[in-house]
Design a protein. Structure first.
Length: 243
């Protein structure tokens, strides 16, 4: 769950509801959201270099407005993250698209997501992979995301509350892992749960971080730095103990 990205960098920002004194349903009739998604993809995502047609198609299809609180509906497709409660955010559309593209999904993968949040990233992944397993450390968010995704008809997503640092060993290994909160080091349990040839995308660092793409080859990891970012920190006993 990332903070706001300007150009190619993510900067922290305090956000306020953008309702302009009107109910969101009045200023943005439901039929307008499709056009807003298309504009988002063209101006925020393609314009910044995301090219994978499957990723672009998923971003056009998944209704981000279904994953934000009602008071933020006017900003559902804006170039920024939005609060979702519990001090967490739904990530900026561009960073969702970029991280998803870096996973190089073809359609038959099992993907692990750490940091479910509102469920938006999981929904995007579910359009591109066979199975998605998502872990959220905040129980109330995990419950709301699970119910929301089921209501939207996603049958290939499983959500649980738990410490994402430790992964989901019962269903490992995974073809791809995406982490939407920042640990200060690459979590060893998640590397162990990544398949040979698998890809991981993770922001690593403390206040400022680097988004990294990791590929596992012959039991070792190859790491590529992508862009500087600022994400909310990963929490949990696993991080504290650095297992």
């Amino acid at each position: 769950m990332a903070f706001v990205l300007l150009a190619f960098f993510i900067l922290p920002m305090v956000l306020a509801p953008c309702t302009n004194g009107k109910r969101s349903s009045e200023s943005n009739p439901k039929g307008d959201f499709k056009a807003m998604r298309e504009k988002m993809v063209e101006t925020q995502i393609k314009a910044r270099g995301v090219k994978d047609p499957r990723v672009l198609s998923a971003l056009r299809k998944v209704e981000r407005n279904r994953f934000v609180p009602e008071e933020y509906l006017n900003s559902a497709y804006s170039d920024q993250p939005l609060p979702i409660g519990e001090g967490q955010t739904i990530s900026q559309p561009y960073i969702v698209a970029l991280m998803t593209e870096l996973l190089e999904l073809k359609g038959d993968e099992k993907v692990l997501e750490i940091g479910t949040g509102s469920g938006y990233q999981a929904a995007v992944l579910a359009e591109l992979a066979k199975e998605v397993y998502s872990i959220e450390i905040i129980g109330s968010l995990a419950s709301m995301a699970k119910n929301r995704l089921l209501e939207l008809g996603y049958q290939n997503i499983k959500v649980k509350a738990g410490d994402g640092y430790l992964g989901w060993p019962e269903v490992a290994p995974f073809d791809a892992i995406i982490i939407t909160a920042a640990p200060d080091h690459i979590p060893k349990p998640l590397i162990e749960q990544l398949k040979e040839g698998g890809r991981m995308v993770v922001p690593v660092g403390t206040y400022t971080q680097e988004l990294k793409k990791i590929v596992k080859r012959s039991g070792k990891i190859e790491t590529t730095d992508v862009i500087p970012v600022v994400f909310v920190p990963m929490t949990g006993e696993g991080v504290k103990g650095k297992k």
